[in-house]
Design a protein around this ligand. Structure first.
Ligand code: SF4
Length: 283
């Protein structure tokens, strides 16, 4: 953060502005801290429209400030690199527009986009067809259940949950209302993303996504993700030929951010891959 708002901490080791920043205070309004910094600190609080000296914690990302010191790269570009760019490239090369299974119910952004563009966004900057926009997750599970459609093993099977003491009814013979309707669910994962995605993993109890993936998917992929890794010439932790090195990333985050992310077989990875260099960050 010091670099972001231009506070020197290398030449003047006792810079008072840097000392203030370490205590979580943006040292001076004249510094005109960018919005990103203000969000990390919490926005200044207003009472009856008048700004107070307090910080509102509602949107504060202060808890994640420690990531600014991380010895590995962090960005929000995974979706662009892995999903959007390949889809856009395909469109350019083939002259064909994508069809996706996005649903309006998945997020507020998707609902807004659907309300604006409909299922077929002919006039969008990147035209796309989302024919399943009006489906809900329950609609999809019900359709799979009745039509015996094979699904990826990570989801297990789709089952109809009638609730305790209720008799099994014909789920096809139901009117437009939800009364008497079973809840459909999967016996494995309910949602999946990219296999190495850690988004939200700090909120999961055991078995977490990687523990589950070891069982219901491919345990070798999870091992590849956890093992290996090395520092490059600039001291940045990167994947290497042995693996992606998530063991170090998770361990560092847990140590510095107190996030309690579950790492399957933690002791084994630490024992096998800890070096003097990694130890410096994990003390
Ligand atoms: S599933 Fe996770 S890794 Fe994949 S694009 Fe979404 S946030 Fe990124």
């Amino acid at each position: 953060m010091a670099d972001l708002i231009g506070i020197d901490r290398r030449e003047d080791k006792e810079n008072p502005d840097y000392e203030s920043l370490k205590k979580g205070e943006i040292p001076s309004p004249e510094l005109r801290a960018p919005v990103r910094c203000l969000i990390q600190q919490g926005n200044s609080h207003k009472k009856d429209g008048v700004e107070t000296l307090e910080y509102s914690k509602m949107y504060s990302k202060e808890r994640y400030k420690f990531f600014l010191e991380a010895p590995f790269e962090i960005s929000d570009r995974c979706c662009s690199i892995m999903k959007k760019t390949p889809a856009h490239n395909y469109t350019k090369q083939m002259g064909k527009m994508p069809i996706t299974a996005q649903m309006a119910s998945e997020s507020r952004l998707r609902t807004t986009k659907w309300l604006k563009n409909g299922c077929n966004g002919f006039d969008m900057k990147s035209p796309v067809s989302n024919p399943m926009s009006i489906w809900t997750e329950q609609d999809i599970l019900e359709y799979i259940y009745h039509n015996h459609i094979p699904i990826a093993s990570s989801y297990g099977e789709v089952v109809a949950d009638y609730g305790k003491g209720k008799t099994k009814e014909n789920t096809m013979d139901i009117g437009i209302f939800d009364v008497g309707r079973p809840m459909f669910r999967t016996t494995g994962c309910s949602r999946t993303g990219c296999v190495f995605c850690g988004f939200g993993c700090h909120r999961e109890k055991s078995p977490n996504r990687w523990e589950l993936a070891e069982k219901v998917s491919n345990s070798k992929i999870i091992d590849y993700m956890m093992r290996g890794g090395a520092f490059d010439e600039n001291g940045i932790w990167k994947p290497d030929s042995r693996g992606l090195g998530f063991w170090f990333v998770i361990e560092w985050i847990n140590l510095h951010g107190d996030l309690h992310i579950i790492m399957p077989h933690r002791e084994d990875y630490l024992k096998q891959y800890m070096t003097k260099d990694t130890e410096k960050y994990l003390k």
